[in-house]
Design a protein around this ligand. Structure first.
Ligand SMILES: NC(=O)c1ccc[n+]([C@@H]2O[C@H](COP(=O)([O-])OP(=O)(O)OC[C@H]3O[C@@H](n4cnc5c(N)ncnc54)[C@H](OP(=O)(O)O)[C@@H]3O)[C@@H](O)[C@H]2O)c1
Length: 245
């Protein structure tokens, strides 16, 4: 589908997994993308390579790749500034960068570093990036923020204390973004999958890959979200590939 009104969209975590599928879908839909990556060169030769993605109506490359490490607060400001310089404006942020670890409640000595990484990437990463992008989103009138949270941001299952705590915190951040952005036309959606067929899920879940939610289907949902008016954007999309009781 080619959208009538292309958006200018920042996407974190687009090197692989859900973020990559979302980037490919939104590019196919006609949007302009700025992708924040730890290794931009890794997208060389793919459909997300600026040289392959082509130019928009003004002759600007439709895809920009920029260095971004979610653990570096200064990286968010630099990425946003570069995106605005390249495209003139931004109106949407899709937060997909994230990490997983099995850190339990009674973590062992040394595992506190895992907790710090979960906090830095899953919570502070989206916080810094949203803060940097906010003036541009709020000036647009129909800014959008999509956040890959998790069902682990809604309920605690098993013994994943570190990951679950980071995702509950991220959900709290999403609710606050919604509250603070509402009057300026910013709409926030927290997408909460259980298992999605990516590297992250493969590392921790033995479920058959074909039984999981697929990245392309999360991407299709995201594309649909960006077509909806301010009056009809869902705040939360809970997406379980298995029965949640
Ligand atoms: N897969 C699931 O079952 C599932 C379920 C619910 C929620 N989620 C959430 O969905 C999001 C995407 O997950 P996924 O399954 O697509 O994961 P994935 O395949 O492991 O990809 C993770 C992405 O995050 C990026 N990333 C990690 N640390 C980063 C950092 N410090 N700075 C910048 N980028 C960083 C990775 O970049 P590199 O390539 O540089 O490592 C990669 O692009 C995550 O927030 C995850 O928690 C996933």
């Amino acid at each position: 589908m080619i959208t009538a009104q292309p958006r200018t969209i920042l996407i974190s975590g687009a090197s692989r997994g859900i973020g990559r599928a979302i980037a490919e879908r939104l590019l196919a839909d006609g949007h302009r993308l700025s992708l924040g990556l730890r290794n931009p060169a890794a997208l060389g030769g793919t459909s997300l390579d600026p040289a392959i993605a082509g130019a928009d109506r003004t002759g600007q490359p439709r895809v920009q790749l920029h260095d971004y490490d979610a653990q570096n607060p200064a990286a968010a400001e630099a990425w946003v500034a570069s995106s605005v310089s390249h495209f003139g404006a931004i109106d949407t942020v899709v937060h997909c960068a994230g990490v997983f670890s099995r850190t339990p409640l009674l973590f062992a000595p040394g595992q506190e570093q895992e907790i710090q990484q979960l906090w830095d990437v899953n919570v502070m990463g989206p916080w810094w990036l949203t803060r940097a992008a906010w003036p541009h989103l709020s000036g647009h009138g129909a800014g959008r923020i999509v956040v890959l949270v998790s069902m682990s941001g809604k309920r605690s299952k098993g013994r994943l204390a570190g990951y679950t705590a980071s995702k509950f915190a991220l959900m709290g951040l999403c609710q606050t973004m919604r509250n603070e952005g509402w009057d300026q036309g910013i709409r926030v959606t927290a997408i909460c999958p259980s298992w999605v067929n990516t590297d992250m899920a493969a590392a921790v879940n033995a479920m058959p890959k074909e039984a999981m939610s697929q990245p392309a289907d999360i991407a299709a949902m995201t594309a649909q979200l960006l077509e909806l008016p301010n009056s009809c954007v869902p705040f939360e999309l809970a997406v379980s590939c298995n029965l949640e009781v």
